[in-house]
Design a protein around this ligand. Structure first.
Ligand SMILES: Cc1cc2nc3c(=O)[nH]c(=O)nc-3n(C[C@H](O)[C@H](O)[C@H](O)COP(=O)(O)OP(=O)(O)OC[C@H]3O[C@@H](n4cnc5c(N)ncnc54)[C@H](O)[C@@H]3O)c2cc1C
Length: 364
């Protein structure tokens, strides 16, 4: 029970963005509370569970410093190394790209990040739903929390962003995921076309299992997400092991502003997601660290919160904008029909598709 509490920094959401922000704010000396609406951090898993290798992240974000300490993830959280991405066009033609990463168990991964925040001194309160805020007081189902700085790390449909008068993500698309048993090769497969209109279906290898999922854009097809998933699983001959879980994926890049008064939003809430593939875990950590450090500096020496806006933009804005523009091009020219998807993938060829996946410009 929270009842009426006073904290320096209130973080809403204990996903990767919230836990990272809480950890660095606490490390900087602030008194931090992180609230989570779910009873258990990281549960249920709604993710493909793929993490790029640190070298890949550094390659995408050349302005990122000290990536090693931020992405210092223990071996026990790595289920399987991944050494490539295979893009499969609607006709079944495969383009193999070199790409290093690993799969994790998102529940254990998120719990590890939350534990690190708690180790630094942040207080975690579960079953605590943020409802609204007024005059530096957050209203939750467990009582009122007075704060100096508010951090919204509450995912794609952020209530904090809405309460702060910031934009919410436009056109997020739904995606679902499940686990399947079996032996899979060490590459991540992305399937495009009518099987997942406007997005893709995936198979990502884990240890004796794989994470399988589908995203689709309601702009390009009607039907339920579970029916797209069932079709995909049937087509690939997959026997689904666990229950389907899903949520929305921001698709249009960062929102216009991520700071308002003494509030900031980070991670999915800020649109910090690769529009071209829906990946957001590395970005949640990168943005979370900047956000937490700025919150602590604000408490200790009145540093302006706008340092967060300029900080994350310096590191992430360019690749995120390039990715968002590429997704727009794909929506306009590729995702209309199976034929146009095949045509565009053939036209782009391996080199440009490699650039696309890495959020680099595809045309000079
Ligand atoms: C199906 C799917 C597959 C994906 N696969 C990948 C992948 O393989 N690799 C990758 O990098 N990214 C992937 N992503 C994206 C990735 O999951 C997100 O980018 C990442 O989780 C963002 O972290 P976050 O902390 O911003 O938000 P979240 O992880 O969504 O965490 C937000 C937290 O806030 C809590 N919360 C929400 N509202 C409130 C409230 N009002 N009060 C209190 N708590 C609240 C939620 O319960 C949640 O715990 C995938 C997304 C989906 C949907």
């Amino acid at each position: 029970m929270v009842e009426r509490t006073k904290v320096d920094v209130l973080v809403v959401g204990s996903g990767p963005a919230g836990s990272t922000a809480a950890r660095y704010a606490a490390e900087g000396g602030a008194e931090v509370m992180m609230i989570e609406r779910r009873p258990e951090v990281g549960v249920p898993v709604r993710c493909g569970e793929f993490m790029p290798a640190t070298d890949e992240i550094k390659d995408t974000f050349p302005n990122l410093t000290d990536a090693e300490s931020l992405f210092d993830i223990p071996d026990k959280l790595r289920c399987r190394d991944v050494d490539g991405i295979v893009l499969v066009n609607p006709k079944g033609k495969e383009t193999v790209l070199e790409y290093d990463g690993y799969t994790t168990d998102r529940d254990r991964f998120d719990q590890y990040l939350a534990d690190r925040a708690v180790e630094e001194g942040a207080k975690l309160v579960t079953n605590c739903l943020f409802k609204d805020t007024r005059d530096n007081v957050a209203f939750t189902n467990q009582g009122e929390i007075e704060y100096k700085v508010l951090i919204g790390a509450d995912g794609p449909g952020s209530r904090v962003a809405q309460s702060l008068g910031l934009d919410r993500n436009r056109n997020p698309y739904p995606a679902v995921t499940a686990q399947v048993n079996g032996d899979f090769d060490s590459k991540m497969y992305m399937y495009f076309g009518g099987i997942a209109p406007g997005a893709y279906g995936w198979i990502i290898p884990k240890d004796g299992r794989a994470n399988v999922g589908v995203g689709f854009s309601p702009k390009f097809a009607s039907g339920s997400l579970s029916s797209f998933f069932d079709k995909f699983a049937q087509q690939r001959g997959l026997e689904v092991d666990y229950k389907l879980e899903g949520k929305y994926v921001p698709s249009e890049g960062p929102i216009a502003r991520t700071v308002s008064g003494n509030g900031m939003v980070v991670g999915d809430a800020a649109g910090h997601v690769f529009s071209v593939n829906g990946g957001g875990i590395p970005l949640a950590l990168i943005g979370g660290r900047v956000c937490g450090q700025v919150a602590a500096a604000n408490i200790s020496s009145s540093a302006p919160l706008t340092d967060y806006e300029s900080g994350w933009r310096h590191i992430m804005e360019k690749p995120l904008k390039i990715g968002a523009n590429s997704k727009k091009l794909a929506d306009t020219f590729a995702f209309r029909t199976e034929w146009s998807t095949t045509f565009c993938m053939n036209l782009l060829g391996k080199r440009r598709m490699n650039n696309l996946i890495r959020c680099r410009r595809i045309f000079p």
